[in-house]
Design a protein around this ligand. Structure first.
Ligand code: FES
Length: 331
């Protein structure tokens, strides 16, 4: 950004004072703010002073605003030199601010600059008849309709060198000119082939319906894929030869005793043999026969049924040494 300084002394007016009408207007602006905050009206007052002075701010106008608001001159000067909407040097009756920022630059602002140079001269130069002046500025916020320029208070958009030349011709001749897009665009609607909101499908629901159908199809597809992968995983984890169930697991096993009086009687043999222990014929006493009364060669008498628990792991609950000797953990 260029340095912004006050205009040379030879173009500065000797004095400045608001007109009665502008004085009233200024009082109205100041009254908007609470006592002690009158300085908040500095920008509207500078704006009105610039308008009254012919489009630029003489030094005396800046000082007049400072006096009215009770501010030091330097504080008002800081404001006037900071904001580019305040022109510090005289301008033409039509002051053109050409946007040179990237979007406008890419859309042909350089060619427009050439037109202004040729028709008006360098920047900050006022034509001899006082009609035109121009300056390059940063983005004016109408990039959608680039390239563009502001002339006094209006925007002129979608410019071409030919269109800009015609606008300058019309202004110089006092003919009316139309602000806004110079190529028929409404506001900042799409350029050229405008299709936005013109497709009937947007209004009959079919576009929305198509989207919904697509979502439903995708959901069904996803469900099928998930079901198939879960079934495949279940098949892969199942054993090829399932183990037979153990019906006796956890229950007492009942089996025929090997050589009991009852079994012998059942098989037609003499139930009690001479060398059987005493009381062997009595099933109720079979289990009370002592080892002393039983010859070593004879097995212990049994009933016709024997009950044994499901075999357990022999070493379970015993030390490894006990498991080998067949003793319990208590010795
Ligand atoms: S870049 Fe030109 S108006 Fe924004």
């Amino acid at each position: 950004m260029a340095n912004r300084r006050l205009a040379p002394a030879d173009v500065q007016p000797a004095s400045f004072a608001f007109t009665a009408e502008n004085e009233n207007w200024a009082e109205g602006q100041i009254a908007k703010y609470p006592p002690g905050r009158q300085a908040s009206a500095v920008i509207p007052l500078l704006w009105k002073a610039q308008e009254q002075a012919g489009g630029w701010l003489p030094q005396k106008a800046i000082e007049a605003v400072a006096d009215k608001l009770g501010m030091p001159y330097i504080r008002v000067l800081e404001v006037a030199t900071f904001y580019t909407m305040f022109n510090l040097e005289p301008v033409g009756r039509y002051h053109i601010q050409l946007c040179g920022t990237v979007p406008c630059h890419n859309c042909g602002a350089l060619d427009l600059k050439e037109v202004l140079r040729r028709r008006i001269g360098e920047q900050n130069h006022v034509t001899a008849d006082g009609t035109f002046s121009w300056i390059e500025v940063e983005c004016l916020g109408a990039c959608c309709n680039a390239p563009m320029a502001q002339i006094n208070f209006d925007y002129y958009e979608d410019l071409t060198p030919e269109i800009l030349e015609k606008i300058l011709d019309d202004l110089a001749a006092g003919r009316p000119v139309k602000p806004g897009s110079q190529q028929g665009r409404r506001s900042s609607e799409p350029k050229d082939d405008v299709k936005a909101l013109t497709d009937p499908a947007l209004f009959d629901g079919s576009v929305i319906g198509a989207w919904r159908k697509r979502f439903e199809e995708e959901a069904i597809k996803e469900l099928e894929t998930r079901t198939a992968s879960e079934a495949a995983a279940a098949t892969a984890s199942a054993p090829s030869q399932p183990k037979p169930a153990k019906p006796d697991a956890g229950r007492a096993i009942e089996s025929e005793a090997a050589n009991t009086p009852a079994k012998r009687a059942k098989e037609g043999e003499t139930p009690v043999k001479p060398d059987d222990p005493k009381g062997a014929a009595d099933p109720g006493k079979a289990f009370v026969a002592s080892n002393k009364e039983r010859p070593e060669s004879q097995p212990a008498p049994q009933s016709d049924k024997s009950y044994t628990m499901t075999p357990s792991k022999p070493e379970e609950g015993r030390t490894a040494a006990d498991a080998k000797t067949g003793r319990g953990s208590d010795g």
